[in-house]
Design a protein around this ligand. Structure first.
Ligand SMILES: [Zn+2]
Length: 413
Protein backbone atom coordinates (compact mmCIF):
# COMPACT_ATOMS: atom_id res chain seq x y z
CA UNK A 1 0.00 0.00 0.00
CA UNK A 2 1.27 3.49 -0.76
CA UNK A 3 0.56 6.62 1.28
CA UNK A 4 -0.06 10.06 -0.11
CA UNK A 5 -0.68 13.50 1.35
CA UNK A 6 -3.56 15.92 0.96
CA UNK A 7 -4.49 19.53 1.61
CA UNK A 8 -8.16 20.35 2.17
CA UNK A 9 -8.97 24.05 1.67
CA UNK A 10 -12.20 25.03 3.45
CA UNK A 11 -14.14 28.20 2.63
CA UNK A 12 -16.43 28.82 5.59
CA UNK A 13 -20.11 29.32 4.72
CA UNK A 14 -19.31 29.21 0.99
CA UNK A 15 -22.63 27.89 -0.33
CA UNK A 16 -25.26 30.47 -1.29
CA UNK A 17 -28.46 31.06 -3.20
CA UNK A 18 -29.17 33.10 -6.35
CA UNK A 19 -29.04 36.77 -5.28
CA UNK A 20 -31.14 39.57 -6.83
CA UNK A 21 -28.19 41.99 -6.72
CA UNK A 22 -26.15 39.47 -8.75
CA UNK A 23 -28.71 38.97 -11.52
CA UNK A 24 -29.81 35.71 -9.98
CA UNK A 25 -26.33 34.23 -9.68
CA UNK A 26 -24.73 32.99 -6.46
CA UNK A 27 -21.64 34.87 -5.22
CA UNK A 28 -19.54 31.81 -6.13
CA UNK A 29 -20.93 31.83 -9.70
CA UNK A 30 -20.33 35.57 -10.02
CA UNK A 31 -16.81 35.60 -8.57
CA UNK A 32 -13.71 35.30 -10.79
CA UNK A 33 -12.26 31.97 -9.66
CA UNK A 34 -9.74 30.64 -12.19
CA UNK A 35 -7.96 28.54 -9.55
CA UNK A 36 -11.05 26.94 -8.01
CA UNK A 37 -12.15 26.16 -11.56
CA UNK A 38 -8.74 24.61 -12.25
CA UNK A 39 -9.21 22.22 -9.32
CA UNK A 40 -12.73 21.39 -10.54
CA UNK A 41 -11.66 20.79 -14.14
CA UNK A 42 -8.63 18.69 -13.19
CA UNK A 43 -10.54 16.65 -10.61
CA UNK A 44 -13.82 15.22 -9.48
CA UNK A 45 -16.66 17.32 -8.05
CA UNK A 46 -19.82 16.87 -6.07
CA UNK A 47 -22.29 18.37 -3.62
CA UNK A 48 -21.84 17.68 0.08
CA UNK A 49 -24.38 17.64 2.92
CA UNK A 50 -22.33 17.89 6.10
CA UNK A 51 -24.74 15.60 7.97
CA UNK A 52 -27.81 15.14 5.75
CA UNK A 53 -29.89 17.14 3.23
CA UNK A 54 -31.75 20.04 4.82
CA UNK A 55 -29.89 19.88 8.13
CA UNK A 56 -28.06 23.13 8.83
CA UNK A 57 -24.91 22.86 10.96
CA UNK A 58 -22.78 25.33 12.89
CA UNK A 59 -19.16 25.98 12.03
CA UNK A 60 -18.15 23.75 14.94
CA UNK A 61 -20.27 20.77 13.84
CA UNK A 62 -19.36 21.29 10.17
CA UNK A 63 -15.66 21.12 10.98
CA UNK A 64 -16.09 18.25 13.40
CA UNK A 65 -17.48 16.23 10.47
CA UNK A 66 -14.88 17.49 7.96
CA UNK A 67 -12.10 16.56 10.37
CA UNK A 68 -13.43 13.00 10.54
CA UNK A 69 -15.32 13.21 13.85
CA UNK A 70 -18.76 11.71 14.51
CA UNK A 71 -21.68 14.15 14.91
CA UNK A 72 -22.71 12.26 18.08
CA UNK A 73 -19.43 13.27 19.74
CA UNK A 74 -20.29 16.97 19.58
CA UNK A 75 -19.53 18.36 23.07
CA UNK A 76 -21.22 21.80 22.78
CA UNK A 77 -19.87 25.08 21.52
CA UNK A 78 -18.51 26.25 24.87
CA UNK A 79 -15.93 23.47 25.34
CA UNK A 80 -14.82 23.81 21.70
CA UNK A 81 -14.17 27.52 22.12
CA UNK A 82 -12.28 26.85 25.35
CA UNK A 83 -10.04 24.35 23.50
CA UNK A 84 -9.55 26.88 20.73
CA UNK A 85 -8.20 29.61 23.00
CA UNK A 86 -6.41 27.13 25.29
CA UNK A 87 -8.32 28.35 28.31
CA UNK A 88 -7.64 26.63 31.60
CA UNK A 89 -10.56 24.28 32.23
CA UNK A 90 -11.14 21.52 34.76
CA UNK A 91 -13.34 18.45 34.87
CA UNK A 92 -16.81 19.48 36.03
CA UNK A 93 -16.63 23.00 34.59
CA UNK A 94 -19.64 24.14 32.59
CA UNK A 95 -18.44 26.16 29.63
CA UNK A 96 -20.34 28.67 27.47
CA UNK A 97 -19.55 30.36 24.23
CA UNK A 98 -20.29 34.10 24.48
CA UNK A 99 -20.66 37.25 22.46
CA UNK A 100 -19.85 40.70 23.74
CA UNK A 101 -23.04 42.51 22.76
CA UNK A 102 -24.88 45.79 23.08
CA UNK A 103 -28.19 46.10 24.96
CA UNK A 104 -30.23 49.18 25.78
CA UNK A 105 -31.61 50.04 29.23
CA UNK A 106 -34.57 47.65 28.69
CA UNK A 107 -32.39 44.65 27.84
CA UNK A 108 -33.15 44.90 24.11
CA UNK A 109 -30.27 43.53 22.08
CA UNK A 110 -29.21 46.40 19.81
CA UNK A 111 -26.29 44.46 18.31
CA UNK A 112 -25.36 40.84 19.08
CA UNK A 113 -21.71 41.60 18.32
CA UNK A 114 -21.31 45.13 19.73
CA UNK A 115 -20.52 46.48 16.26
CA UNK A 116 -18.12 43.55 15.69
CA UNK A 117 -15.87 44.95 18.40
CA UNK A 118 -12.26 43.90 17.84
CA UNK A 119 -10.34 46.15 20.23
CA UNK A 120 -9.96 46.21 24.02
CA UNK A 121 -11.97 43.01 24.44
CA UNK A 122 -9.25 41.53 26.67
CA UNK A 123 -9.59 44.46 29.10
CA UNK A 124 -13.40 44.33 29.07
CA UNK A 125 -13.49 40.60 29.72
CA UNK A 126 -10.87 40.92 32.47
CA UNK A 127 -13.29 43.22 34.33
CA UNK A 128 -15.72 40.34 34.89
CA UNK A 129 -13.22 37.48 35.13
CA UNK A 130 -13.15 35.78 38.54
CA UNK A 131 -16.61 36.95 39.56
CA UNK A 132 -17.84 35.14 42.67
CA UNK A 133 -21.47 34.14 42.17
CA UNK A 134 -22.03 32.18 45.38
CA UNK A 135 -19.97 30.56 48.10
CA UNK A 136 -19.66 27.56 45.77
CA UNK A 137 -19.47 29.00 42.22
CA UNK A 138 -17.04 31.37 40.50
CA UNK A 139 -17.19 32.60 36.89
CA UNK A 140 -14.08 32.86 34.72
CA UNK A 141 -13.94 34.54 31.37
CA UNK A 142 -11.41 34.87 28.56
CA UNK A 143 -11.61 36.80 25.27
CA UNK A 144 -11.50 34.94 21.92
CA UNK A 145 -11.58 36.28 18.33
CA UNK A 146 -13.20 39.71 17.92
CA UNK A 147 -16.52 39.90 19.84
CA UNK A 148 -16.29 36.27 21.01
CA UNK A 149 -15.37 35.03 24.47
CA UNK A 150 -15.56 31.94 26.67
CA UNK A 151 -17.25 31.78 30.06
CA UNK A 152 -16.56 29.03 32.59
CA UNK A 153 -18.69 28.33 35.66
CA UNK A 154 -16.59 26.42 38.18
CA UNK A 155 -17.81 24.96 41.45
CA UNK A 156 -20.27 22.52 42.94
CA UNK A 157 -23.74 21.39 41.76
CA UNK A 158 -23.45 22.87 38.27
CA UNK A 159 -25.66 21.94 35.32
CA UNK A 160 -25.26 22.47 31.56
CA UNK A 161 -29.02 22.19 31.08
CA UNK A 162 -29.98 25.84 30.86
CA UNK A 163 -31.19 27.85 27.90
CA UNK A 164 -29.06 30.32 25.95
CA UNK A 165 -29.42 34.00 26.77
CA UNK A 166 -28.47 34.82 23.17
CA UNK A 167 -31.61 35.52 21.07
CA UNK A 168 -29.42 34.49 18.07
CA UNK A 169 -29.41 35.89 14.55
CA UNK A 170 -31.40 37.52 13.05
CA UNK A 171 -32.94 38.70 16.31
CA UNK A 172 -31.19 41.99 16.96
CA UNK A 173 -33.95 44.27 18.26
CA UNK A 174 -35.38 41.60 20.57
CA UNK A 175 -34.70 41.28 24.30
CA UNK A 176 -32.03 38.90 25.53
CA UNK A 177 -33.52 35.56 26.61
CA UNK A 178 -33.87 35.18 30.37
CA UNK A 179 -31.99 31.95 31.19
CA UNK A 180 -34.18 29.05 32.24
CA UNK A 181 -33.59 25.49 33.34
CA UNK A 182 -34.19 23.04 30.49
CA UNK A 183 -34.93 20.19 32.91
CA UNK A 184 -36.63 20.08 36.29
CA UNK A 185 -33.59 19.35 38.42
CA UNK A 186 -32.70 21.53 41.38
CA UNK A 187 -29.20 21.97 39.91
CA UNK A 188 -30.49 23.38 36.64
CA UNK A 189 -32.91 25.74 38.39
CA UNK A 190 -30.05 27.05 40.53
CA UNK A 191 -27.81 27.31 37.47
CA UNK A 192 -30.36 29.50 35.66
CA UNK A 193 -30.48 31.80 38.73
CA UNK A 194 -26.68 31.97 38.84
CA UNK A 195 -26.55 32.83 35.15
CA UNK A 196 -29.08 35.63 35.64
CA UNK A 197 -26.95 36.95 38.49
CA UNK A 198 -23.86 36.82 36.26
CA UNK A 199 -25.67 38.63 33.43
CA UNK A 200 -26.88 41.39 35.78
CA UNK A 201 -23.55 41.90 37.53
CA UNK A 202 -21.48 41.80 34.34
CA UNK A 203 -23.86 44.24 32.62
CA UNK A 204 -23.47 46.71 35.51
CA UNK A 205 -19.66 46.42 35.37
CA UNK A 206 -19.39 46.64 31.58
CA UNK A 207 -21.89 49.46 31.15
CA UNK A 208 -19.84 51.65 33.49
CA UNK A 209 -16.47 50.56 32.09
CA UNK A 210 -14.25 53.45 30.86
CA UNK A 211 -13.59 51.61 27.57
CA UNK A 212 -17.31 51.62 26.83
CA UNK A 213 -17.66 55.28 27.88
CA UNK A 214 -14.91 56.03 25.38
CA UNK A 215 -16.60 53.90 22.68
CA UNK A 216 -19.86 55.82 23.13
CA UNK A 217 -17.97 59.13 22.89
CA UNK A 218 -16.66 58.00 19.49
CA UNK A 219 -20.13 56.95 18.31
CA UNK A 220 -19.36 53.22 18.71
CA UNK A 221 -21.67 50.69 20.31
CA UNK A 222 -20.70 49.80 23.90
CA UNK A 223 -19.92 46.13 24.58
CA UNK A 224 -22.09 46.16 27.70
CA UNK A 225 -23.68 42.70 27.80
CA UNK A 226 -22.63 39.07 27.57
CA UNK A 227 -24.84 36.79 25.48
CA UNK A 228 -24.28 33.13 26.32
CA UNK A 229 -24.90 29.93 24.38
CA UNK A 230 -23.74 26.37 23.76
CA UNK A 231 -23.13 25.17 27.35
CA UNK A 232 -21.26 21.91 27.69
CA UNK A 233 -18.61 20.04 29.63
CA UNK A 234 -15.17 19.10 28.34
CA UNK A 235 -14.84 15.47 27.36
CA UNK A 236 -11.79 13.99 25.63
CA UNK A 237 -12.55 12.58 22.14
CA UNK A 238 -10.70 9.85 20.23
CA UNK A 239 -7.92 11.25 18.02
CA UNK A 240 -8.80 10.96 14.31
CA UNK A 241 -5.17 11.07 13.07
CA UNK A 242 -4.29 8.35 15.57
CA UNK A 243 -7.22 6.20 14.45
CA UNK A 244 -5.99 6.22 10.82
CA UNK A 245 -2.27 6.40 11.55
CA UNK A 246 -1.43 9.68 9.86
CA UNK A 247 -0.24 13.08 11.08
CA UNK A 248 -2.83 15.84 10.67
CA UNK A 249 -2.72 19.61 11.05
CA UNK A 250 -5.18 22.48 10.87
CA UNK A 251 -4.21 26.00 9.82
CA UNK A 252 -6.75 28.65 10.80
CA UNK A 253 -7.29 32.02 12.42
CA UNK A 254 -10.64 31.24 14.00
CA UNK A 255 -10.57 29.80 17.48
CA UNK A 256 -13.70 27.68 16.94
CA UNK A 257 -12.07 25.80 14.07
CA UNK A 258 -8.77 25.48 15.94
CA UNK A 259 -10.69 24.19 18.98
CA UNK A 260 -12.46 21.45 17.01
CA UNK A 261 -9.16 20.43 15.43
CA UNK A 262 -7.45 20.16 18.83
CA UNK A 263 -10.39 18.27 20.27
CA UNK A 264 -10.02 15.65 17.51
CA UNK A 265 -6.27 15.24 17.93
CA UNK A 266 -4.92 17.45 15.13
CA UNK A 267 -2.00 19.79 15.66
CA UNK A 268 -2.87 23.41 14.94
CA UNK A 269 -1.11 26.38 13.49
CA UNK A 270 -2.23 30.00 13.68
CA UNK A 271 -0.65 33.41 13.21
CA UNK A 272 -1.66 36.98 14.20
CA UNK A 273 -2.06 37.76 10.48
CA UNK A 274 -4.72 35.02 10.19
CA UNK A 275 -7.42 37.45 11.30
CA UNK A 276 -10.47 35.27 10.54
CA UNK A 277 -11.89 38.11 8.41
CA UNK A 278 -11.32 39.67 4.98
CA UNK A 279 -7.96 41.14 6.06
CA UNK A 280 -6.53 37.65 6.69
CA UNK A 281 -3.17 37.10 4.99
CA UNK A 282 -4.12 34.33 2.57
CA UNK A 283 -0.67 34.28 0.95
CA UNK A 284 0.92 33.40 4.28
CA UNK A 285 -1.80 30.82 4.90
CA UNK A 286 -1.02 29.11 1.59
CA UNK A 287 2.69 29.18 2.42
CA UNK A 288 2.09 27.65 5.86
CA UNK A 289 -0.21 24.96 4.44
CA UNK A 290 2.49 23.85 2.01
CA UNK A 291 5.12 23.98 4.74
CA UNK A 292 2.91 21.86 7.03
CA UNK A 293 3.14 19.02 4.46
CA UNK A 294 6.73 18.47 5.65
CA UNK A 295 5.49 16.99 8.92
CA UNK A 296 1.88 16.12 8.15
CA UNK A 297 -0.07 13.88 5.80
CA UNK A 298 -3.40 15.68 5.95
CA UNK A 299 -3.49 19.48 6.19
CA UNK A 300 -6.69 21.51 6.55
CA UNK A 301 -6.48 25.21 5.73
CA UNK A 302 -9.48 27.28 6.76
CA UNK A 303 -10.72 30.57 5.30
CA UNK A 304 -13.39 32.50 7.25
CA UNK A 305 -14.33 35.72 5.41
CA UNK A 306 -16.83 34.05 3.05
CA UNK A 307 -19.09 33.21 5.99
CA UNK A 308 -18.97 36.69 7.54
CA UNK A 309 -20.13 38.33 4.30
CA UNK A 310 -23.01 35.83 4.15
CA UNK A 311 -24.10 36.65 7.71
CA UNK A 312 -24.05 40.37 6.88
CA UNK A 313 -25.89 39.97 3.53
CA UNK A 314 -23.00 41.56 1.64
CA UNK A 315 -22.93 39.61 -1.65
CA UNK A 316 -20.22 41.79 -3.22
CA UNK A 317 -18.01 41.39 -0.15
CA UNK A 318 -18.63 37.65 -0.34
CA UNK A 319 -17.42 37.74 -3.95
CA UNK A 320 -14.23 39.54 -2.83
CA UNK A 321 -13.74 36.95 -0.07
CA UNK A 322 -14.22 34.09 -2.55
CA UNK A 323 -11.63 35.69 -4.84
CA UNK A 324 -9.15 35.82 -1.93
CA UNK A 325 -9.87 32.14 -1.28
CA UNK A 326 -9.33 31.48 -4.97
CA UNK A 327 -5.91 33.14 -4.87
CA UNK A 328 -4.96 31.17 -1.76
CA UNK A 329 -5.92 27.94 -3.57
CA UNK A 330 -3.95 29.09 -6.65
CA UNK A 331 -0.79 29.55 -4.58
CA UNK A 332 -1.23 26.08 -3.10
CA UNK A 333 -1.99 24.46 -6.46
CA UNK A 334 1.02 26.08 -8.15
CA UNK A 335 3.37 24.74 -5.50
CA UNK A 336 1.70 21.45 -4.66
CA UNK A 337 4.23 18.62 -4.38
CA UNK A 338 3.78 15.64 -6.70
CA UNK A 339 1.44 12.91 -5.47
CA UNK A 340 -0.38 15.31 -3.15
CA UNK A 341 -4.14 15.77 -3.37
CA UNK A 342 -5.93 19.09 -3.15
CA UNK A 343 -9.56 19.22 -2.05
CA UNK A 344 -12.00 22.13 -1.86
CA UNK A 345 -14.77 22.08 0.71
CA UNK A 346 -17.03 24.19 2.91
CA UNK A 347 -18.57 23.64 6.31
CA UNK A 348 -22.11 24.80 5.41
CA UNK A 349 -24.02 27.28 3.27
CA UNK A 350 -24.53 30.84 4.55
CA UNK A 351 -26.83 32.43 1.95
CA UNK A 352 -26.56 36.24 2.02
CA UNK A 353 -30.31 36.75 1.93
CA UNK A 354 -30.88 34.41 4.89
CA UNK A 355 -27.91 35.75 6.92
CA UNK A 356 -27.71 32.37 8.64
CA UNK A 357 -26.55 28.83 7.95
CA UNK A 358 -28.91 26.72 5.89
CA UNK A 359 -29.09 23.02 5.07
CA UNK A 360 -28.30 23.31 1.36
CA UNK A 361 -25.36 21.22 0.18
CA UNK A 362 -21.99 22.82 -0.58
CA UNK A 363 -19.76 22.24 -3.61
CA UNK A 364 -16.66 20.08 -3.20
CA UNK A 365 -13.82 19.13 -5.53
CA UNK A 366 -10.79 16.87 -5.32
CA UNK A 367 -7.86 16.77 -7.72
CA UNK A 368 -4.64 14.77 -7.84
CA UNK A 369 -3.08 11.60 -9.08
CA UNK A 370 -5.38 8.81 -10.29
CA UNK A 371 -8.63 10.75 -9.72
CA UNK A 372 -11.52 9.74 -11.98
CA UNK A 373 -11.87 13.16 -13.58
CA UNK A 374 -15.43 14.24 -14.45
CA UNK A 375 -16.74 16.80 -16.95
CA UNK A 376 -17.19 19.68 -14.48
CA UNK A 377 -15.02 22.70 -15.33
CA UNK A 378 -16.40 25.27 -12.88
CA UNK A 379 -16.47 25.25 -9.12
CA UNK A 380 -19.92 26.42 -8.07
CA UNK A 381 -23.22 25.21 -6.61
CA UNK A 382 -24.72 24.34 -10.03
CA UNK A 383 -21.75 22.90 -11.93
CA UNK A 384 -20.60 20.65 -9.07
CA UNK A 385 -24.08 19.10 -8.85
CA UNK A 386 -23.19 17.36 -12.14
CA UNK A 387 -19.91 15.97 -10.79
CA UNK A 388 -18.64 12.44 -10.34
CA UNK A 389 -18.78 12.51 -6.54
CA UNK A 390 -22.53 13.11 -6.85
CA UNK A 391 -24.24 13.99 -3.57
CA UNK A 392 -22.36 12.82 -0.51
CA UNK A 393 -22.22 13.47 3.23
CA UNK A 394 -19.34 15.23 4.97
CA UNK A 395 -18.29 11.89 6.47
CA UNK A 396 -18.33 10.27 2.99
CA UNK A 397 -16.26 13.16 1.65
CA UNK A 398 -13.49 12.95 4.24
CA UNK A 399 -13.49 9.16 3.97
CA UNK A 400 -12.96 9.59 0.22
CA UNK A 401 -9.97 11.89 0.79
CA UNK A 402 -8.48 9.54 3.39
CA UNK A 403 -9.03 6.59 1.05
CA UNK A 404 -7.13 8.30 -1.79
CA UNK A 405 -4.35 9.00 0.73
CA UNK A 406 -4.14 5.26 1.42
CA UNK A 407 -5.12 5.30 5.10
CA UNK A 408 -8.67 3.94 4.95
CA UNK A 409 -9.50 0.80 6.85
CA UNK A 410 -10.69 -2.11 4.74
CA UNK A 411 -13.97 -3.69 5.79
CA UNK A 412 -13.97 -7.47 5.77
CA UNK A 413 -10.79 -9.33 4.86
ZN1 LIG B 1 -18.91 28.09 9.31
Amino acid sequence: MYYRKAIVAIADGLGDRPHPLLNGLTPLQKAHTPNLDRVASQGICGMMDLIAPGIPVGTDMGHLVLFGGRPDDYPGRGPIEAYGIEMDTRPGDVIFRCNLATVDEYGIVIDRRAGRINQNTVELVAAVNGMVLSDKVTAYMQAATEHRAVLVFRGANLSENITDSDPKAPHDGKPYVVPQASDNSEKSLQMADLMQLFLNKSHAILDAHPINTERKRHGLLPANFILTRGPGRCQPLASVPQKYGFNGCCIAGETTVLGVAKLLGYSTHSHPLFTANISSNFQLKAERALLALDNNDLVFVHFKATDLAGHDNLPFEKITAIEHFDRMVGLILDNLPEYTYLALAADHSTPCEVKEHTGEPVPVALCGNGIRQDNVVQFDEYACAKGGLNRLSGTDFIHTVIDYMGYSQKQGS
